[in-house]
Write a protein that binds this ligand. Structure first.
Ligand code: HEM
Length: 534
């Protein structure tokens, strides 16, 4: 035992020596070290008074696109540059892990894709990513439509209850409605479970919201007290968190058991032939169980499902929330969007084919993701010493960083960077149609609407990492097309049926962040039935 301890210690110390030597070498070869990086030292009130990403933006304008944020004894490197982002996310992706984020999410997602160690991630990504193929997405459009119809009929019923005196109008928190809608969609699309949250409450739904609430609390609370032994028994909110997890896990375990027991060779054949239209259950769970046989480890499968449930729920709800908020501030764009919906859909409902024609709605979705990226920061920790390349507007020589450096990649800063976007704070969905030949924006290939459906949404490739709504490189979101199509269907159907106005002033919609950017007290809107419905 003693021997092995010493050997371990020796190995560690050898590794440290190697790391130090490699640091010295990289510092020597490169322009600067982390020590020579500009430093932002904000008051602690900057961090607590308002969402962190606002302060990171101000410091980006002041200190440049790579700076060090000193925060008590901890330091983070904040990156707001596409070339450096591309290096971290794609070119040198495997020299980084999820650092602080993995610490926060591991108790919830276990070995799911987001917090997974590299070996598990490689194995699971290879299995899960093929599940999101074109025939699956096509089959999902039906689920997006059916669930959106439920939200619409709920609003219609509320309008009906208003009586018949003149123009019927209701006030509704649309953020809460979008959250229910997105939960129903993710449940059906990923594991064929109908939460039915648009119309009812249940212990499982409450447990999902409780877990999200805790994930949010952990990502904004800087002292990880939940790691203290026995905290999960003593601290009431930690006890509640454990019991919420139990409820969701029990539900997922049962779904996995059912999926395994009901596995049928005829379904497997249909899946192999991508014959989704004739499958009763087109969910991702069915694919994962059917295509991999009975050899899938239940625990791993549960972690995968839990990860997708959390990753695909509030993110999509947030896109719909901010798209509606932005449209309500821009009535001319709202009218333009409604005109497109009327001409493409008439009184019908969206199909996979009609999504190709809803160009303006698609651009509204991506422009909303530009202004309100979910999450606004990507988190990484360097596993070995690295040299960040010289950024676009940063230090041309770049910086050497040691192993263990925590990096915040500010997608919010990139998406509102005055170096890459004209009028960066303005809501202009049309901006993606402009061919950018300006040499200031190198690598911007423009947006080509004639490409296949997947490419109909501008992405990190055409913007050369200046636009990162779903991250980039090997850890890019697996559900990106699912989420984009879902948001397009839901938004189109909402605008087809209702006129929406904000209830209060835009300033009254205060922002808060955890994993996503959301409102403090809901997105309260006034809704009326569209008068010009055909
Ligand atoms: C990863 C955004 C919807 C599943 C990510 C990442 C981003 C993101 C930025 C990369 C995180 C990083 O690099 O640290 C979004 C947004 C969504 C959305 C904005 C909605 C608009 C979904 C949906 C699903 C999903 C619907 C599943 C059905 C995942 C998974 C990962 C991920 C599993 C981890 C991928 C990996 O590490 O291999 N998402 N996402 N997301 N997302 Fe999404």
């Amino acid at each position: 035992r003693c021997q092995s301890f010493n050997t371990d210690k020796q190995r560690k110390s050898n590794r440290n020596l190697l790391d130090n030597a490699s640091n010295l070498l990289t510092n020597f070869l490169s322009g600067g070290s982390i020590g020579s990086m500009p430093i932002a030292e904000g008051a602690v009130t900057d961090l607590f008074g308002r969402p962190l990403f606002f302060s990171l933006y101000d410091w980006f304008l002041e200190h440049g696109s790579v700076y060090k944020l000193a925060f008590g004894p901890k330091a983070f490197v904040v990156v707001s540059d596409p070339i450096v982002a591309r290096h971290i996310l794609r070119e040198n992706a495997f020299s980084y892990d999820k650092g602080v984020l993995a610490d926060i999410l591991e108790p919830i997602m276990g070995k799911g894709l987001i917090p997974a160690d590299l070996d598990t991630w490689k194995q699971r990504r290879r299995v899960i990513a093929p599940g999101f193929h074109a025939s699956y997405l096509e089959a999902m459009v039906k689920i997006f439509r059916t669930c959106s119809e439920r939200t619409i009929s709920k609003i219609n019923q509320l309008l009906e209850q208003e009586g018949n005196d003149g123009q019927k109008l209701i006030e509704l928190d649309l953020e809460a409605e979008f959250s229910n809608l997105a939960l129903d969609i993710i449940g059906l699309g990923v594991f064929n479970y109908d939460f039915g949250s648009v119309t009812k409450e249940s212990p499982v739904i409450k447990a999902v919201y409780g877990t999200l609430f805790e994930a949010e609390h952990r990502s904004t609370f800087y002292i990880p007290y939940w790691k203290v032994p026995l905290a999960s028994y003593i601290v009431p909110r930690q006890r509640k968190f454990q019991s919420d997890l139990k409820v969701i896990n029990a539900c997922l375990d049962e779904l996995i058991r059912n999926a395994k027991e009901s596995r049928q060779e005829t379904d497997v054949e249909k899946l192999q032939q991508r014959d989704y239209l004739n499958l009763k259950d087109a969910s991702l769970l069915r694919f994962l169980v059917d295509m991999r046989g009975a050899d899938v480890d239940d625990r791993q499968l549960r972690d995968d499902l839990m990860t997708m449930l959390i990753a695909g729920h509030e993110t999509t709800a947030a896109v719909l929330t901010w798209a509606t908020f932005l449209l309500s501030q821009n009535p001319d764009k709202m009218r333009k969007a409604q005109a497109e919906v009327d001409s493409v859909l008439g009184t019908g409902t969206p199909t996979y084919e009609s999504l190709k024609k809803l160009q303006y709605i698609r651009l509204i979705v991506v422009e909303s993701l530009r202004l309100y990226p979910q999450p606004p920061l990507l988190i990484r920790r360097s596993l070995k010493p690295d040299v960040l390349p010289g950024g676009y507007k940063g230090d041309k020589d770049g910086y050497a960083i040691p192993a263990g450096t925590d990096v915040f990649l500010s997608v919010y800063n990139l998406h509102r960077s005055p170096y890459f976007w004209e009028r960066p704070d303005e809501f202009e969905p049309e901006r993606f149609l402009v061919q950018r030949t300006n040499e200031q924006i190198e690598g911007w290939a423009g947006f080509d609407p004639s490409r296949s459906l997947g490419a109909l949404y501008p992405n990190e490739i055409i913007s050369d990492f200046a636009f990162l709504p779903f991250g980039g490189g090997p850890r890019k979101c697996v559900g990106d097309q699912f989420a984009l199509m879902e948001s397009t269907v839901a938004l189109a159907m909402l605008l087809q049926n209702f006129d929406v106005q904000l209830k209060g002033t835009p300033d009254s919609v205060e922002l808060v962040t955890g994993a996503t950017i959301h409102t403090k007290n809901g997105l309260w809107c006034k809704l009326t039935k569209r008068s010009n419905l055909h």
